[in-house]
Write a protein that binds this ligand. Structure first.
Ligand code: F0G
Length: 460
């Protein structure tokens, strides 16, 4: 055991969900039946689930209490006003529109403002954001700083946008073709790295200068704000709420997946200042999500969300949250397991191509590592690499692989204890010691879009 400071949970356990250990025969069978795709494995066959931190949070007793007082009226429910108040307190925007989750917020915002041929810059688009831009015939452009793609450079704010690139991009394409500039906090597709207040301010100034609206993809805003408090000069004495409010004060709005930093299992919203755009968004919302005072959510969901937003900015909570993820990273790093550095907000990202240098990219080392980890321990992780993000070259028909080949260990909020974290680290370290035995895979079935969810594989 390392001499590291163990993060102590700032909660005690009132309700438990039993976990069953899965025997190695069962794991083998689950792998075979799933076509060696951990997305296809039933969660009952998973011991520790690090597939995602989205919608997997444990709610507090106060949130569960709020479920009981949900007002399920179709229009004008009390729960909506509680939700609206809580979002306004935290985000500061004038208008709030609930949606059933983050991607619905993205779809509706983009439907309201994008047309064919438009461009949307972002530090790095998350895959649903990219898909929702592209489905409108627009182009999703990633303009993160170059260092974001280098797992070895330790910088405090590797999620930053490259403001030089952003400004040249606007000058080259013209601001008329750029209806919005997005910024993802924290940058999920780039190691879960935070963005600094200084960078937010600079991007905001550029947006103002060119009269382009500025929106956050805000699902991990509290984790981002906590990093600003810890790492950026001038913020140590400010509360996380003050920092969040300052971040949002530089923008015109935000899309939010409440499944992350609102500590609920389902929910989302769009928050924004522009009244005209809000009207347009509400009209689109009614067609698919529901009336503007519930937007696809129950009154009780809105209550739990309102409470979750208050809890997520508590510093004891955030200190534990961030240090638990960091601790997992340190356990792995100390044992020589190659990880993306520094450790991000919600997950540890393993550099799978370095973990398995004997497996060439066309045999999907990241995917092979998710299979091996499940086989070893019943731990489920997700590949963020060649299966998820490769693009077909139009001429050769071959895969063009993304820069980073990673496996993400996403840690659900308030769900696992420190012994679970040790279990995961031990499994990976033991796997690392016998890494030469791990084999690559070949795809035997794939769908044309988002193939990682349903692809089937054979081991080589
Ligand atoms: N934006 C970011 C940065 C995300 O990480 C996600 C979801 C979304 C938008 C979409 O939100 O799922 O509520 O529709 N990320 C999950 C993940 C799925 O595993 O990282 P949603």
């Amino acid at each position: 055991m390392s001499g590291k400071k163990i993060p102590v949970e700032p909660f005690k356990i009132k309700v438990v969900e039993p976990l069953e250990k899965i025997s190695s025969e069962e794991r083998e069978e689950a792998l075979r039946e799933s076509g060696f795709n951990v997305f296809n494995i039933p969660s009952e066959k998973v011991f520790i689930d690090l597939l995602t931190d989205s919608g997997t949070s444990a709610m507090s007793d106060r949130q569960w209490g709020r479920l009981m007082v949900g007002d399920e009226s179709y229009a004008g429910a009390r729960s909506f006003f509680n939700f609206e108040h809580s979002v306004k307190q935290t985000f500061g925007f004038k208008n709030v529109v609930p949606t059933h989750q983050g991607r619905a917020a993205e779809r509706i915002l983009f439907e309201a403002i994008l047309k064919k041929g438009d461009m949307v810059p972002n530090n790095i688009h998350f895959d649903t954001t990219r898909a929702n831009v592209e489905v409108r015939g627009a182009h999703a452009i990633d303009l993160a700083i170059e260092e974001a793609y280098d797992p070895d450079i330790e910088l405090p704010f590797k999620g930053n946008m490259d403001v030089g690139k952003l400004e040249s991009f606007i000058n080259e394409k013209g601001s008329k073709r750029i209806p919005v500039i997005m910024m993802t906090i924290t940058n999920n597709s780039g190691g879960g790295q935070p963005v600094s207040m200084e960078n937010i301010r600079q991007v905001s100034q550029i947006c103002r200068r060119y009269k382009i609206p500025f929106f956050f993809d805000a699902c991990r805003f509290a984790e981002n704000a906590y990093f600003i408090k810890k790492r950026e000069p001038g913020y140590a004495d400010k509360s996380v709420l003050e920092i969040a409010r300052e971040m949002f004060s530089y923008a015109d709005g935000a899309t939010m997946s409440a499944k992350k930093d609102a500590l609920v299992n389902m929910g989302g919203f769009i928050a924004l200042n522009d009244d005209g755009l809000t009207e347009k968004i509400k009209n689109l919302l009614i067609i698919s999500e529901g009336f503007p005072t519930y937007g696809g959510l129950s009154g009780r969901d809105l209550e739990a969300l309102a409470q979750g937003l208050k809890e997520v900015i508590e510093e004891d909570y955030l200190e534990h949250r961030i240090s638990q993820v960091e601790y997992l990273g340190e356990l792995l790093d100390d044992a020589g397991v190659p990880i993306y550095k520094p450790v991000g907000s919600h997950a540890v990202y393993i550099m799978a191509d370095r973990f398995l240098p004997h497996i060439p990219r066309p045999q999907y080392p990241g995917w092979a590592l998710t299979v091996a980890l499940y086989r070893e321990s019943g731990v489920r992780a997700v590949e963020i690499g060649g299966v998820m993000f490769a693009k077909k070259d139009e001429i050769s028909g071959k895969d063009v692989f993304p820069k980073l080949e990673m496996v993400r260990l996403a840690v659900p909020r308030r769900v696992y204890t420190i012994s679970h974290i040790h279990y995961v680290a031990d499994a990976l370290v033991s796997l690392y010691k016998k890494r030469e035995k791990i084999r690559g895979l070949k795809i035997i079935y794939q769908s044309p879009h988002l193939r990682h969810f349903t692809a089937r594989f054979e081991e080589l």
